[in-house]
Design a protein around this ligand. Structure first.
Ligand code: 3PY
Ligand code: MG
Length: 252
């Protein structure tokens, strides 16, 4: 099976589930239902370290790669999620070079970063051995810095220039709030297209992975058209709500 990093490097577009509920079965169902990857959200979602660890097991058991969005500034959790078998780390609110460097330090082994050794669970779920884990760990982990503020957009080229940052993940909700000076939550607004396209363009120019959150399929297709290659859709409550709506509408 290809790793997520290999799939992305091969230029494929990856659609990821986005699981806020701390229940491994939901993550596993999202994987089995057809997402290319499943990401657990610890920032605004209700996931905790144990639910993340169990959810990664379910997702990998279903044959898909798992990602984790860590809480703001919790770089220790980034290392732990990789040790639990995640292939992708999404770090919110990376607004300074220091933030980006701390993220790399936590997610990449020396000489790129300072990731501490201890991937026992990761090696178990991926069938890896220590020598291979050390040799391939930096290439098989995908480190994405979220760009979702004015500060981050201003320094996006500098963030992308950091070795160990594999790409950026654009958050349209925070971006709309930040760029409207707190006046609008408008993740689907037309005026947001220009900065959204700009972030993808700069990321592609740097040869890195452009990733984004899309709240529906139309937005996902639009973002793919801008060059976004990893697109997360959700959260899981939306899947359940739309499934219930479809069932009940069928009664009418
Ligand atoms: C945002 O849109 O701000 C995000 O963080 C995506 O979940
Ligand atoms: Mg956000």
């Amino acid at each position: 099976m290809m790793t997520l990093a290999e799939t992305l490097r091969a230029g494929k577009t990856v659609y990821s589930g986005w699981i806020a509920t701390p229940e491994p079965l939901i993550a596993e169902i999202a994987a089995r239902q057809g997402f290319d990857c499943v990401s657990m959200d610890m920032q605004h979602g209700l996931q905790d370290p144990i639910s993340v660890m169990r959810s990664i097991g379910g997702v990998v058991h279903a044959g898909k790669p798992a990602g984790v969005r860590i809480p703001v500034g919790d770089f220790a959790m980034a290392s732990r999620a990789l040790d639990m078998g995640a292939e992708l780390i999404i770090a919110p609110m990376i607004n300074t070079i220091a933030d980006a460097e701390a993220l790399v330090a936590a997610t990449k082994y020396p000489p790129i970063g300072e990731r501490s050794w201890g991937p026992a669970r990761s090696m178990m779920v991926h069938g890896n051995d220590p020598a291979n884990q050390l040799a391939t760990g930096n290439d098989t982990s995908v480190t994405l810095a979220m760009v979702e503020t004015k500060e981050a957009v201003d320094i996006v080229d500098d963030i992308l220039a950091i070795k160990g940052i594999d790409g950026v993940f654009m958050g349209p909700s925070d971006l709309s709030v930040a760029l409207s000076d707190g006046k609008e939550l408008a993740p689907g607004a037309d005026w947001l297209d220009q900065p959204i396209a700009h972030i993808a363009e700069r990321t592609r120019a740097a040869g890195k992975i452009a990733a984004a959150f899309a709240f529906n399929a139309d937005r996902a297709k639009r973002f793919a058209g801008f060059g976004y290659q990893f697109i997360a859709m959700g959260p899981d409550a939306v899947y359940i709500a739309s499934g219930i709506k479809t069932l009940l509408d069928g009664l009418r």
